[in-house]
Design a protein around this ligand. Structure first.
Ligand code: TYD
Length: 238
């Protein structure tokens, strides 16, 4: 599939649909997410963010998508180990089902405890990039599925770790780990993922912060830390 022209997807998104999405208001607690293609360095940066936030006195929980609840983990296995090609719309609803359970069973309850930070390893922007663009469903379909509570809850800040395809493939070669349902796809798929994440950044510019992930780990974390500090400071002032 050759879909790299993101303009096809930008035109029809209506403003009312975008207005359905908002961050939850819990005093002293934050909801963060990390996004990126394979090899972007999400896991490492999430651990650094957790350590930093704990040093600042926060209680930090890392949640992964899909998964994070007993039902979600079953869905994770069902999707990522699938030997048959699923319909893109089936994928979208499976990811959304796992997400809805994680939001109600864990995220909303934990955010109620002041001083909590929930960090998601992937969230709605992965659905936009993977199912919306790379699997061709269209962004409006993904936003539509997520426009109802609790799926309309957005992180206070999302870090999109942006890397080049050369960096991604180079890091994948070094890791040499077995490939799951999505990882074994070709370069076109990855190009479409990048288009998808970039489209998300354009749709949600206030929420998503683009971080250059091609740099060394420490340098990348410095950029993330600066954004985290700003977010916490702004909230304190409110
Ligand atoms: P995972 O092993 O967690 O991948 P990674 O280490 O790259 O984060 O597997 C999650 C896979 O599911 C990943 O390939 C991205 C994909 N995915 C979607 O297609 N849609 C979604 O909404 C989410 C959350 C993940």
């Amino acid at each position: 599939m050759f879909l790299h022209d993101k303009n096809i997807y930008m035109n029809p998104i209506n403003k009312e649909l975008l207005q359905q999405f908002r961050s939850p208001a819990f005093p002293g607690s934050f909801f963060l997410s990390f996004e990126g293609i394979e090899g972007a360095g999400k896991s490492t940066q999430i651990i650094s963010a957790k350590e930093y936030l704990e040093s600042q006195g926060f209680r930090v929980l890392i949640l992964r998508e899909p998964g994070g609840t007993p039902f979600g983990e079953k869905l994770r296995q069902a999707i990522l180990n699938s030997k048959t090609e699923l319909e893109p719309i089936s994928e979208a609803y499976l990811f959304a089902s796992s997400r809805a359970q994680l939001l109600t069973e864990v995220t909303l309850k934990e955010l109620n405890v002041p001083g909590t930070i929930i960090i998601y390893d992937r969230y709605i922007d992965s659905s936009i990039a993977y199912q919306g663009i790379a699997r061709g469903l269209g962004i409006e379909t993904i936003l539509g599925i997520h426009s109802t509570f609790p799926l309309n809850l957005m992180p206070h800040k999302t870090f999109y770790l942006k890397i080049s395809l050369d960096t991604s493939f180079g890091r994948q070669r070094v890791r040499n780990s077995p490939k799951d349902y999505f990882e074994s796809r070709g370069k076109d798929f990855y190009e479409n993922l990048v288009t998808g994440f970039e489209t998300s950044c354009e749709l949600f510019p206030d929420r998503i912060c683009v971080i250059d992930g091609n740099r060394g780990l420490d340098e990348v974390f410095e950029s993330i830390k600066a954004e985290i500090d700003e977010l916490i400071m702004k909230k304190d002032e409110q």
